[in-house]
Design a protein around this ligand. Structure first.
Ligand code: BEZ
Ligand code: FE2
Length: 406
């Protein structure tokens, strides 16, 4: 048995002073420090740090590891030029993105307190890195293909990738399914993939309404996507509508990424169907997609997680960088409430979304912890969420399933 103690422990959205946690691979007990010492006198006490705050490990629900080598290659600023640059540099980026580089990306996430993540895998090249990563990984095998002539081959490749990842279920890797987007997946194979997800009881994720161009294309088969589809796919009409796409997920709660361009009608449908949203504010900013109105999600009771997206549309996979960006970008919201909401979005909310038994410091949950150190004693306990976001870059200690990694 081990025991970890901190000045403050994040329990159910509150910061409890001088608590301790007894754990093996799972959390055995959470109580005031004195009580835990008395109940578990032989437990190994992890070294204590000043001004420490113990959190459940952070969870990044949406990341693409296969593009981890991008730094100054892809074109940022506007979605369609970015997409052209992805197509142009895709092979080069994939070739240079070795397992080692993806392992480094996983390690960078680890240093920022991430103990679980959802990896969107386009090609399956990230499977080895995800299997060797210490983190829990929900491995989202992604389906793409809007052209009826190639879609069957792409679908069978997707099933093969799914089956390869399913072989690793025992090793903290959970196979799952991702749909690339409404504009890039033909509705016939989308239906098959959703049926497959239901049969396998797999988690399902899908990019949705990321850019204005996407919305224009789906609504009117117009805008910047038009020449893109004409030149690459000889296609002048979108394969689906927003309504048709969204209805394909009815009755199967799905984790939708972005939704920046979603209108009230679509958000209401997302709420009714108990879907959730991955909010990637830095990616949205860098690709010129706008900003998700998280106030609207709150009003409709739509759960959301804050996520980094990949290094193809971001400059780091550090969730504290993302938290700081979100805090600054949503400047119209109350600073303290937003800080607390954002912390929930990368802990308990993200865990519920990925159906993982972590994200809480409570008896019976996985012993996944991220211990951070504030630069000095917080004057107000109510401000700890804010100080955590502002002052943390790397965590001081990190545990997954009770094992110490940092
Ligand atoms: C497609 O397969 O239709 C597609 C792929 C990438 C971007 C857009 C569309
Ligand atoms: Fe993404």
């Amino acid at each position: 048995m081990k025991m970890i103690a901190a000045d403050y422990t994040y329990i159910n959205g509150e910061y409890k002073k001088e608590f301790a946690v007894a754990f093996d691979d799972k959390i055995v007990a959470v109580a005031p420090f004195r009580e835990i010492i008395e109940r578990y006198p032989d437990a190994d006490l992890i070294e204590q740090l000043h001004h420490s705050v113990l959190y459940p490990g952070l969870i990044n629900t949406h990341v693409h590891l296969e593009f981890s080598t991008n730094k100054t290659t892809l074109k940022y600023g506007s979605f369609i030029p970015w997409l052209y640059s992805v197509i142009e540099d895709r092979n080069h980026l994939a070739e240079t993105c070795t397992t080692e580089r993806m392992e480094e990306a996983c390690h960078a996430m680890l240093e920022s307190g991430i103990t679980a993540f959802g990896a969107i895998s386009s090609m399956g090249l990230d499977l080895d890195a995800c299997v060797t990563a210490p983190q829990r990984v929900v491995f989202f095998n992604e389906l793409i293909g809007s052209n009826p002539q190639t879609v069957d081959a792409l679908y069978s490749d997707f099933i093969q990738r799914y089956n390869s990842s399913a072989a690793y279920t025992q090793e903290r890797v959970t196979p799952a399914i991702a749909i690339h987007s409404p504009y890039s997946v033909h509705p016939i194979v989308l239906k098959k993939a959703v049926a497959f997800a239901k049969e396998k009881k797999s988690l399902l994720s899908a990019h949705f309404l990321e850019s204005e161009a996407e919305r224009q294309w789906l609504d009117h088969s117009e805008g910047a996507f038009r020449s893109f589809f004409e030149s690459f796919f000889n296609q002048s009409k979108a394969v689906t509508t927003i309504e048709e796409y969204l209805s394909q997920f009815d009755g199967y709660p799905t984790h939708f990424t972005h939704c920046v361009q979603a209108k009230k009608k679509e958000l209401k449908k997302i709420a009714e169907e108990k879907h959730t949203i991955a909010h990637c504010p830095r990616s949205n900013r860098l690709l010129g997609c706008g900003k998700l109105d998280i106030g609207k999600l709150e009003a409709l009771d739509i759960p959301f997680s804050l996520a980094t997206d990949g290094l193809s549309s971001n400059h780091s996979l550090n969730l504290f960088d993302e938290l700081r960006a979100a805090l600054m970008m949503h400047y119209e919201m109350n600073l303290h409430q937003l800080s607390r909401q954002l912390i929930r979005s990368v802990t308990s909310e993200a865990a519920k979304i990925l159906k993982l038994d972590c994200g809480y410091i409570a008896e019976g949950y996985e012993a996944d912890f991220a211990l951070i150190q504030l630069p000095e004693e917080p004057k107000e306990e109510g401000d700890i969420a804010l100080w955590t976001i502002l002052h943390t870059d790397k965590v001081a200690q990190l545990f997954i399933a009770g094992e110490r990694y940092l």
